[in-house]
Every structure is written in C-alpha cells, then in structure tokens.
Design a protein around this ligand. Structure first.
Ligand code: XMP
Ligand code: MG
Length: 183
C-alpha cells in the first residue's frame, strides 16, 4: 500500500516529539506542585488543544477534571480580531474552582484575552493559563501566561494539534510546511 507520509510535507522540524514530551513532563511537575492542595479543572480550547490536554493530563500525578470550550474568532483572513464567539460552552460551573486553561498556541493573544475575561466573570477561585507554544507578538499583550512550553519564531507551524486546513494535527512534532503544500 502506498502511504503518503505526513512528515514528507514538513520543511523544518522545530521540535521533535521527544522534545515536546520532555518539556511536557517538566510543565506537569510544575502544575503538580502548584496544585498540590487543589483539584484543578483543566479547560481545553478545541480543537488545537486536544493533544496537549491528553498528554499533560496523563503526565500529571494530581487529580484533575477536564472540560472543553469551542470558540471561533470573527474577522477576516488569518489575523485574529479578538472578537470571539462561543460555539460550545463549558459543562462545568467554574465558580470557586481552580481553573487552568490549556492552549496549543498563543499568537497575538487576542483570542485568549477575550476568553480570560469571559472566564473571570464566572468568579473562579483562580485562573491560570498554560500554552504549549507562544509566538513573539503574544509578549506585547497583557495576558499573563504562567506555563509556556516553547517560545517559537513568528512562523506558521503545524503539528501537535495545530492544523493547516484541518490537516497535520496528528503530526507528533512541530514543524513548518513546505511551500508547495500551500499551492
Ligand atoms: P491569537 O492571535 O488570538 O490566535 O493568539 C490564536 C489562534 O490562532 C491560531 N494560530 C495558529 N494555528 N499554526 C496554526 O495551526 C500557527 O502557526 C498558528 N498561529 C496562530 C490558533 O488557532 C490559535 O488558537
Ligand atoms: Mg487552526
């Protein structure tokens, strides 16, 4: 059988699966110690965060629960506008809970700042953010991110949950795509 291998479309590997998993274990240790006395609610943002949520949660030793939100950002083109619509809300009442938002990537941070103010209005006991990848522009934004996997260059990347046109989420590393993939 002729299989078209995903990795054949990758131009440059930024992080191997092993590097990602090793960094995740370090983050999980931090989360374990920071939440030693609580039972955090991990909030994943669909769809990109499925991989980091699955791997982070299984690397934790502490009890936790998980819930999901789906949001879509309005605005044209590839730039996010910061105006966000909730497509699927949480099933959980977060008031009084210790909430940890789990994100795949923060680019401008606009999506996240909307999400954070929305979640804050529900009066959680605490609200922190973890992201596996962060682009440079995010640093200009006011959102405070407690746990960051890797700071990456300002390039379009795929893999580990991140897609191009719905594909490449299941590529287990993080990489850029060959130019011919876009044409
Ligand atoms: P903002 O700019 O609001 O946007 O922080 C965050 C969302 O933009 C998407 N995004 C990417 N998706 N490769 C992707 O597959 C990328 O390099 C990339 N940069 C931003 C992503 O949906 C993220 O949640
Ligand atoms: Mg995407």
């Amino acid at each position: 059988m002729d299989i078209s291998d995903i990795s054949g479309d990758i131009e440059h590997v930024l992080y191997t699966p092993e590097q990602i998993q090793e960094r995740l274990r370090e983050l999980a240790e931090q989360v374990d110690s920071d939440y030693a006395d609580s039972d955090p609610l991990l909030v994943g943002v669909l769809t990109g965060a499925v991989m980091v949520m699955a791997d982070l949660s299984r690397a934790l030793r502490t009890h936790c629960t998980m819930d999901w939100m789906a949001i879509s950002s309005y605005g044209s083109g590839t730039q996010s506008s910061g105006v966000v619509r909730i497509l699927k809300d949480l099933n959980t009442d977060i008031s009084g809970r210790d909430v940890l938002v789990v994100e795949d990537i923060i680019d401008t941070g606009l999506t996240l700042s909307y999400l954070v103010s929305n979640l804050r209005s529900r009066e959680p006991n605490s609200l922190e953010i973890m992201t596996m990848f962060r682009k440079p522009e995010a640093l200009q934004n006011s959102v405070d991110v407690k746990y960051v996997g890797f700071d990456i260059p300002n390039e379009f990347v795929v893999g580990y949950g991140l897609d191009y046109d719905g594909r490449y989420r299941n590529y287990t590393g993080l990489g850029t795509l060959k130019p011919e993939v876009y044409s």
